[in-house]
Design a protein around this ligand. Sequence first.
Ligand SMILES: [Zn+2]
Length: 386
Amino acid sequence: MVPELGTAKELLARLVAFDTTSHKTNIPIIEYIESYLRGHGVVSVRVPTPDGQKASLFATIGPADVGGIALSGHTDVVPVTSQAWDTDPFTLVERDGKLYGRGACDMKGFLACVLALVPAFKARKLKVPIHIAFSYDEEVGCTGVRPMIAELGKTLPLPRYVLVGEPTSMTVVDSHKGPMRWSVEVTGKAAHSSMPHLGVNAITYAGRLLGELARMEEDLKTLPPNPRFDPPYTSLQVTEIEGGTASNIVPVPCWFGWEIRRLPGFDATALDQRLRTFAAEKCLPEMQRLAPETGIKIEIGNEVPAFEADARSGLVPLALKLAGQNDTFAVCYATEASLFQVGGAPSVVIGPGNIAQAHTPNEYLAVAELEKCLAFLGRVADWAET
Ligand SMILES: [Zn+2]
């Protein structure tokens, strides 16, 4: 058994007990981690939001004047709203080798492992530093890590490498898709629903746009596939929709959201243009002939770049060696790895837990995964020492 296992479980219980659902403040958990680090003689730096309601935390153990390796994770979790849990999601429960709790898998388990090893990191004679980089608002589009990344190489040291501890079952993930989201607002003209010819039905026109998106989705499936991903193409889907006011009114508002999950190297410009052209040519002229005040507003929302590990950096072979693995994997979910890499710090994703358990009711992390992660981080320390 890894000596830090008990500590990691205790820390995980403490971390899970903070309700850090993305829309809430994460300051209490940051204060807890700060004081834990301080207790072990580690100084940490906050990168707060302008309103001070949230913060990332960055700390360095070992020499600060060389690159080193950063252990990166997010403190926020997805909501438990309308999920049927068998236990209190914010109380860690161990049963049959599994640790149940919101965020146990995604990704407070990794944070707990990192923190559990802090005393061991401190005790080593590190030649290169081990950095801790904990963010917020990862679950709402990887937005919280961005201000921290902007400080790397400026007020914070730029790590040579970053390990992003998202759940990969401790395999090395060197590639992921990049989500990009749009919001579409169709504005029609109201009329009594018995006189539809006097109004402009926003839902009808939204439906036409949805039809075009469905055709775009089919076209994406015909592009050359990348068999490393499942599905092997850039996926497209409508994720949200709202519309209408009452059953007897020609609907004025209709709003929907859609997203793509881009393969590395995919350029979304043509897709974006295709929907705009369709709206301009196949919807708007008809709508505005009857009511010039009607319209369609298409806006690009959140996006996270797709990720492909930097082959020249040497991090992939290092991570494989430390993980005792031979193969790398590609995943379809996004992580902060691509943002770190764009920010100048080559990254890979490797962390405890199976992504299938993330975001679900009765989310859990297998104790065995926690042990594997602790052992892996021990080998990271070996590497940093030599
Ligand atoms: Zn996550």
